[in-house]
Design a protein around this ligand. Structure first.
Ligand code: NAP
Length: 234
């Protein structure tokens, strides 16, 4: 049975990805940081293992891999956002965001590679954002961090292809999760109206794409950045 580690799987998009990969026959590992109860409930539902690690901390990530071993599929989904003027953003807040969104991917991919390279097979899926493609006003750090994931994915697709490892990136549009909790209903309605397909995204929209990229059906696909955004970024 193939194994998959989903980071930030206690809630939102990551939880949907974990459910979908389980449905597709993977043995799933649910990484979480703060939401212990939610991760434990999901682990029970999926007969999976929940593993705590702050992805920004290499020691914690290393301990997580010590517990679960190597994986066939890694989904770097854990992420945080920050809304506000760039000129008001402290360097500390900038670094914290990059520590989770970018260093988190570095840490998790570094630890996944020895096993994947050893077996000459693996799939890495990084969850970026449409903002990483087109930039968002008042989300400069978030946009920059998500662009970094795109560059990382493209470069690693080239570097790791000869080792049989595929690296792809998903760029979700506006997806209804806790990440939108600071948005008012009016904000969300405005975003819905800006979306050609006329609705906000659901976590399952991203999860189904992720499951496809993780599967053998996507065996010849690497180095791609696929937006699932209802046409929002067009
Ligand atoms: P969410 O509902 O806020 O969930 C975030 C998840 O990330 C939680 O499971 C959280 O775990 C985890 N996380 C945060 N910091 C972590 C850390 N240091 N270590 C480990 N896990 C950590 O967000 P979401 O909307 O599902 O977003 C998931 C991914 O999609 C993010 O990378 C986000 O940038 C991206 N995305 C979201 C949208 C959107 O509109 N929602 C759009 C584009 C891209 P704990 O609660 O356990 O700490």
């Amino acid at each position: 049975m193939k194994t998959a580690l989903v980071t930030g799987a206690s809630r939102g998009i990551g939880a949907a990805i974990a459910r979908t990969l389980k449905r597709e026959g993977f043995k799933v590992y649910i990484n979480y940081n703060q939401s212990h109860d939610k991760a434990a409930a999901l682990a029970k539902e999926l007969s999976a293992l929940a593993v705590k690690a702050d992805v920004s901390d290499m020691n914690e990530v290393q301990h997580m891999y010590d517990e679960i071993g190597g994986v066939d599929v890694l989904v770097c989904n854990a992420g945080i956002s920050e809304y506000g003027l760039f000129s008001d953003m402290s360097h500390e807040a900038w670094q914290k965001l990059f520590a989770v969104n970018v260093d988190g991917a570095y840490n998790c991919i570094q630890c996944a590679l020895p096993h994947m390279i050893g077996q000459k097979n693996g799939a890495i899926i990084n969850i970026s954002s449409v903002w990483g493609l087109c930039g968002a006003s008042c989300e400069a750090a978030y946009s920059a961090s998500k662009s970094a994931l795109i560059g990382l994915s493209l470069a690693l697709a080239k570097e790791l292809g000869p080792s049989g490892i595929r690296v792809n990136c998903i760029a979700p549009g506006v997806i209804e999760t806790d990440m939108l909790s600071s948005f008012t209903e009016a904000d969300k309605e405005a975003l819905r109206c800006e979306t050609p397909l006329g609705r906000l995204g659901r976590p399952s929209d991203i999860a189904e794409l992720c499951a496809f990229l993780a599967s053998d059906k996507a065996d010849f696909i690497t180095g791609q950045v696929i937006a699932s955004d209802g046409g929002f970024a067009l």
